[in-house]
Design a protein around this ligand. Sequence first.
Ligand code: CA
Length: 303
Amino acid sequence: MLALEQRLKMLTCPEGRVDMVLDTDAYNEIDDQFAISYALRIKEKLDLKALYAAPFHNSRSTGPRDGMLKSYDEILKLLDLAGEACDVFKGSETYLPDENTPTDSPAARDLAARAMAYTADRPLYVVAIGAITNIASALLMAPDIADRIVLVWLGGHSIEWPDTNEFNMMQDVAAARVVYGSGAPLVMLPCMGVVSALTTTGPELNHWLSGKNPLADYLAQQTIDEANTYAKGRVWSRVIWDVAAVAWLLNDQGQFLSEKLISTPIPQYDHHYGFDHRRPPCKYVYHVNRDAIIGDLFKRVSS
Ligand SMILES: [Ca+2]
């Protein structure tokens, strides 16, 4: 287990350029595409080593396997639109069967092996914006990576919210419990009540992104087309919360997010947090500066 001083250092926004991997259920809704595009366009700070496809099940997939495969294809599509190359790995086809059994996948194997080349002083940043199955599986396969990574996960709701019934967390509570209990330094980005402030609108997307380049055009059009199917002429705004997890790595001046230390909560199967103040501290983001994050995202993706 990491010493407290080392853990606190790892939970501070890093200086200089860092290596990261991004675990994403890219096809489940439009915000993942924004987050991937954002990460690809922060070259001075982020060396994106690999993209992992995460499982998901909602109206855009027939089950976790189909969701993961569609996410894999969507990641490749985005890389093509961005004119970028990166290692891409398929993830788990199922959720964890229990808290002791990893689900095997190329993504979990890659992380379990890749992270061993890092150290507590020079960790690998694991940014996750979907169900946390791939990461939990890697931690079960190779528990020693817990001291070599910093996990930035967008999942669950704020601790004031009445429940943790959030899409990323509710799909695989066992995986969330493995990750939260692994000892790996953890940055929590809660959905409702915190990153839910990261919304954008059609006029804004058209102004800042439409026609700027193929990637920016795709992001704007996908979002607007989707909104037009459900808003049907009514007022709408669209949350693109996943970009907050990438923004945490840019928050060296506190310009994007406000955060504090709390004892790492315990995700419960009844979709609530449990608390035990003997657990190690984690970073808890409690506010996002919406205009600063969306402004930086649009500037980078449109250039
Ligand atoms: Ca996502």
